[in-house]
Design a protein around this ligand. Structure first.
Ligand code: FE2
Ligand code: FE2
Length: 318
């Protein structure tokens, strides 16, 4: 009883929402239309570091991401009406536009995998189950928090990928390279928008943390487990072959290795989200963005130049 008051005071202080200001918000970002026309025959099953299971993780991520993006789009559309800041409102329109095209282009990639008789239908069923019976049924405030958390994970992934540019050039598959580089560029460009919407409309720390864990479990655990237990590029009979399981430690290291794995080496960034005064722009990627915009969008040499059909900025409305 003696300590109840000071503890209560400390907890209240820790969870007290400091007034949120939009002074860290980034400038307006464009919406880019793309046309990849994937040829199933040319898809490299070892696109990611010449490693089949790690590549399967990204194929599986490509399928789950379309559902995550649809949730982000619906949630952002619903909450856009409550935003009064014209710049933030416009940035939300850019976020919706970018995610809509990501979802559409990844569906085209997934359809190309399907044409190769890969288990896309099964992964779509699994992703559908997670989203239709779970995440999409959450109340709007929780979906708002989940949207910010999903965008945090894609921002971490984007920063890792931009930091390891060589990964994209290990394979000759130019179209998988282009779709992932374009997607990562845009995830980094819009990494603060969902967070700014969350903070502007909710600014509730406990709820923000509550949204972090379903995103963590889905992106890191469920998708990884699914891509091991449902061999994407092989017959299910491989599950009983020792050779298949022997490949797991190396592929696991590529994704979860603490030294330079996608998520293992970025744990500091991932869990920085739990800091009460965290903001996505505390992780400055402006130099990377400038470098990649030149590398990807240069009219003569850009990796994306052959595939980009249109680029525009949504209108600013008050
Ligand atoms: Fe996306
Ligand atoms: Fe995103």
């Amino acid at each position: 009883m003696l300590f109840t008051k000071p503890i209560k005071k400390a907890v209240t202080k820790a969870f007290a929402a400091a007034p949120f200001s939009l002074d860290k918000q980034s400038p307006i970002i464009p919406i880019r239309h793309m046309k990849f026309d994937f040829d199933p025959k040319l898809l490299d099953p070892k696109f990611y570091m010449n490693a089949e299971l790690a590549s399967a993780y990204f194929a599986s991520l490509s399928i789950f991401l379309t559902r995550g993006e649809d949730l982000v789009i619906d949630t952002a559309r619903y909450h856009r009406d409550f935003i009064t800041d014209p710049l933030l409102k416009q940035r939300v329109t850019s976020l919706i536009g970018q995610e809509a095209i990501h979802s559409k282009m990844h569906e085209e990639l997934n359809d190309a995998f399907l044409e190769l008789d890969l288990p896309v239908k099964l992964f779509r069923f699994l992703a559908g189950y997670v989203f239709e019976y779970g995440l999409e049924r959450l109340p709007q405030p929780m979906k708002l928090s989940l949207m910010a958390a999903i965008e945090h994970f894609t921002a971490v992934l984007a920063e890792y990928m931009m930091n390891h540019e060589e990964i994209f050039f290990r394979s000759q598959d130019e179209k998988q390279r282009a779709i992932w580089m374009w997607h990562m560029l845009e995830e980094s460009e819009h990494k603060d928008i969902a967070f700014d919407v969350y903070q502007t409309l909710s600014n509730n720390y406990a709820l923000r943390i509550a949204g972090f864990f379903p995103a963590l479990i889905t992106i890191l655990m469920l998708i990884s487990a699914a891509s091991i237990l449902v061999p994407f590029y092989r017959k299910p009979s491989n599950l009983v072959s020792l050779k298949y399981w022997k490949e797991i430690p190396y592929n696991f290291r590529l994704i979860f290795g603490l030294k330079d794995g996608v998520y293992g080496s970025t744990l500091g960034h991932i869990f920085d989200y739990l800091r009460p005064d965290f903001h996505p722009n505390d992780h400055d990627t402006s130099e990377f963005l400038a470098y990649y915009k030149e590398k990807l969008l240069n009219p003569e040499t850009g990796v994306l130049t052959p595939y980009m059909t249109k680029e525009f900025y949504p209108a600013l409305r008050s």
